[in-house]
Design a protein around this ligand. Structure first.
Ligand code: ADP
Ligand code: MG
Length: 318
């Protein structure tokens, strides 16, 4: 850690807020030593992902710290889910302008509430003073050999499916007063169980962090296939019915980020299995289109079958 921050008694901060006994036997050493020591299960593959949240870029300086603790971990668990891994361990690197105990306490409460729900141990990290709050989490998970869900696995003829509903998080940016969608933006639910259950069922998967069009585009590029999606089939938040703003709705549903639903492709022979899985998980799974051979291009059709225009992708440097 940065020695200049040591004046605030960094080790007490870490001990008070982030040191908890590992729950998994596979974490041999956690917070408090030079490294975490993990014993992955023999025969499993290790999935590792990292995501950074920067104040002023990914969250406002007044953001509620409990929700932030949840979201910082949730976006990483969502990446693990998208590859079909079961989450196990996390590292937390955090930069703060000051040692704000109340803020840290609330942040840790949000983080650990989600971590415990999915059996994730916080096994280490780094803490430093920084000009603005920065939160970087590295999450690790396990997946049995050769069943991970890649972006590159989509095949012509596959159905395209999405979990839950899209557009709510982006709608909340335009209409922060709608409480129901605010939760979608600030406390997304990572689709962990779904990701694990899609092993052997889905051919390709991705989590929707940057919008349907952009994220489906990643599957198309990696898989070298095209896709047709029917706009009217895309499941969306019921709040759109009251808003009655078709162009905002289109932007949120097709191009809005931060929903953290899973988007995946599967052979039509899997329809009945996926219907049963949706009922079992109590999570809607909706078929919105199909993969086609040819160029890696996405066509979104309106109710009359005409191609729609949409913004695709999200560029963090735009
Ligand atoms: P070192 O100087 O050896 O890198 P540090 O002083 O950075 O160690 O951290 C001390 C211990 O606390 C390490 O085990 C580290 O993994 C852990 N740690 C530091 N910050 C955090 C944090 N924010 N969350 C969890 N563990 C942390
Ligand atoms: Mg360190």
């Amino acid at each position: 850690m940065d020695p200049r921050a040591r004046g605030v008694n960094e080790f007490d901060l870490i001990r008070r807020h982030f040191e908890r006994a590992p729950k998994n036997k596979s974490a041999l050493v956690g917070v408090g030593d030079d490294c975490a020591l993990l014993r992955p299960d023999a025969g499993l593959e290790l999935a590792i992902t990292t995501d950074m949240l920067v104040e002023g870029r990914h969250f406002a300086s007044g953001a509620e710290p409990r929700a932030l603790g949840h979201k910082a971990l949730a976006v990483n668990l969502s990446d693990l889910a998208a590859i079909g891994a079961a989450p196990r361990w996390a590292l937390l690197a955090i930069g703060l302008p000051e040692a704000d105990e109340a803020w840290l306490k609330a942040f840790a409460a949000g983080f650990f509430a989600l971590a415990e729900r999915f059996g994730v141990d916080l096994v280490g990290g780094d803490t430093t003073r920084a000009p603005q709050r920065t939160i970087t989490i590295t999450a690790m998970g396990e997946v049995p050999a050769s069943v991970a869900l890649y972006r590159a696995g989509a095949r012509p003829g596959d159905d395209i499916w999405v979990s839950g509903e899209l557009g709510g998080a982006a709608l909340s940016l335009a209409h922060p007063e709608i409480a129901e969608v605010a939760k979608r933006l600030h406390e997304p639910e990572p689709r962990v169980e779904l990701g694990e259950r899609l092993r052997g069922m889905a051919n390709a998967a991705i989590d929707v962090s940057d919008g349907l069009a952009g994220d489906l585009g990643h599957i198309l590029e990696r898989s070298r296939v095209g896709a047709v999606v029917e706009y009217s089939l895309i499941p969306r938040n019921s709040a759109f019915k009251e808003i009655k703003d078709p162009s905002l709705e289109r932007d949120c549903v097709l191009s809005g980020g931060d929903d953290y639903e899973l988007l995946f492709t599967a052979a039509p022979a899997r329809r009945a299995d996926l219907g049963a899985l949706a009922r079992e998980l109590g999570l809607p799974l909706t078929r919105i289109g199909a993969i086609q051979s040819g160029e890696a291009r996405l066509a979104v059709l309106d109710a009359k079958g005409k191609p729609m225009t949409f913004k695709s992708g999200f560029d963090h440097f735009a």
